[in-house]
Design a protein around this ligand. Structure first.
Ligand code: 6PG
Length: 470
């Protein structure tokens, strides 16, 4: 059994400390709040956990309490707070001691931290951890990046504490530098797209079909019996079915329509753009959150332009059948975009990412877990398909469900609904499946105004100019 250090006893940190202790590992704790540490130690004792939790009064005591070479997990907010912890630890640590960041750090910062610390003889791992507080306590999904040597140090205790899918730990190492945090960032990008689709489906049902929150909750619940079975649909049902203890109203009718965000969705879009990979669904989700946040302007425009969205006249039964199918097709598109970005990053940064292994660690514990991920893992493991949608199983999903996606987009847009993620999914699918695109016009225009050249269809590889300016 291991003896690890853990700094940052917030909601995630305390839950993860208890999880490690449950697995029989000892954990030295360090936090600014002695009360919080005492509480966690007490919780560990009350729960009769096998490992011992040790509250440390200061950094020196904390470091001395750990066996060498030391392994220290840090769960503090990314950026400044993490750098302060690293700077505090650096002078106290010895060669080969390891610091592992389990926060949502930007992968470029992780790249720098790995390089800087390894220059001083210390080891650094950047690890994405998903699953919220409940996941941290009972089994999160963990995506690690850094040196193999660093990973070997903490692999055992982390895999013990991770979620299991049919016995396999949802915790793996994927490559050097910031690769683990890059994968976690993309996990969140997909999470944003999935959540936006759920919000759009909710909007179509409530504003378009006149359904109340409880009815909508039942629809989401029903979707759990089909291919949409996933954690986010499960909790969408619970959120829609919940009532406000104060007023008795549906919780959804009480929650202010102003979405928060901490940055990982936006980073995913920015990185995808840098890499030249498609991320239109994530971009739609980030933009919808941005626009939602400015309630005042929305209310002014609502008054200026009149009521929108309007009721949908299609029969409720038909619309709901189409909506479930549209969700399936759009969800496939969200995963396909996510894996396209990952593949591009892997090539660009020479990370040699194992796409099947990524899908495998997302099968349990994390926020985007869904039945699709097992199928995705099989596709990347076995078929050699270059693109998710070229694999027969996903071709079949799209052939069956893309027509409904088109119907839902048309139904939504023609009745004034905002369906940016559904629309982005449909456009992505249409563009990806179009053999002869309209980019010939772009090339003609570029060549006309800037002599940027183009290739002729009858002489590929040759850069030529058009006859525009004789
Ligand atoms: C997870 C979540 C987690 C967190 C996000 C939410 O995988 O457990 O993604 O990382 O809930 O930070 O991000 P936003 O606040 O940006 O929605």
């Amino acid at each position: 059994m291991a003896h690890l250090g853990l700094i940052g006893i917030g909601v995630m940190g305390s839950a993860f400390a208890l999880n490690l202790a449950e697995e029989g590992h000892d954990v030295s704790l360090l936090d600014r709040s002695a009360d919080k540490m005492a509480e966690v130690v007490q919780d560990g004792q009350d729960q009769g956990l096998k490992g011992t939790l040790i509250a440390c009064a200061d950094a020196e005591t904390f470091v001395k309490s750990l066996p060498k070479p030391r392994s220290i997990l840090v769960l503090v907010p990314s950026g400044g707070p993490l750098d302060s912890v690293i700077n505090m630890l650096k002078p106290l640590l010895d060669k080969d001691d390891l610091i592992a960041d389990l926060g949502n750090s930007n992968y470029t910062d992780t790249e720098k931290r790995v390089a800087d610390l390894e220059n001083t003889g210390l080891l650094f791992l950047g690890m994405g951890i998903s699953g919220g507080a409940d996941g941290a306590r009972h089994g999160p999904s963990i995506m690690a990046g850094g040196s193999r040597k660093s990973w070997a140090r903490v692999k055992g205790p982390l895999q013990d504490s991770a979620a299991k899918y049919e016995g396999d730990p949802c915790c793996d190492w994927f490559g050097p530098g910031g690769s683990g945090h890059f994968i976690k960032m993309l996990h969140n990008g997909i999470e944003y797209a999935d959540m936006q689709l759920i919000a759009e489906a909710y909007g179509l049902m409530s504003n378009g079909l006149g359904m109340n929150a409880a009815e909508i909750g039942k629809v989401f619940k029903g979707w759990m019996d089909g291919p949409l079975n996933s954690y986010l649909i499960e909790i969408a049902a619970e959120v829609a079915l919940a009532t406000d203890p104060k007023t008795g109203a549906a919780m959804l009718d009480i929650i202010l329509d102003k979405a928060g965000q901490k940055g990982t969705g936006r980073w995913s879009v920015i990185e995808a753009l840098h890499l030249g990979a498609p991320a239109s669904m994530m971009a739609a989700a980030v933009e919808a959150r941005n626009i939602s946040a400015d309630i005042e302007t929305r209310l002014q425009m609502d008054a200026a332009f009149g009521p929108s969205p309007q009721a949908i006249s299609t029969s409720k039964t038909d619309a709901l059948v189409a909506l479930e199918k549209a969700m399936i097709a759009a969800k496939v598109c969200a995963y396909a975009q996510g894996f396209e970005v990952l593949a591009r990053a892997s090539d660009t940064f020479d990370w040699d990412l194992n796409m099947a292994a990524i899908a495998r660690v997302w099968r349990a514990g994390c926020i985007i877990r869904s039945v699709f991920l097992d199928e995705i893992a099989d596709v990347f493991d076995g078929s050699g398909a270059k693109h998710l949608m070229l694999a027969p199983v996903f071709q079949a999903h799209m052939k069956t469900n893309a027509p409904a996606l088109q119907n839902i987009v048309v139904m939504g847009l023609s009745n004034g609904h905002s369906v940016p993620a559904f629309t982005a999914a449909l456009n992505y699918h249409n563009m990806r499946r179009t053999g002869r695109s309209t980019a010939n016009m772009i090339q003609g225009l570029r060549d006309y105004f800037g002599a940027h050249t183009f290739e002729r269809v009858d002489a590929l590889g040759e850069k030529v100019n058009g006859p525009w300016h004789d």
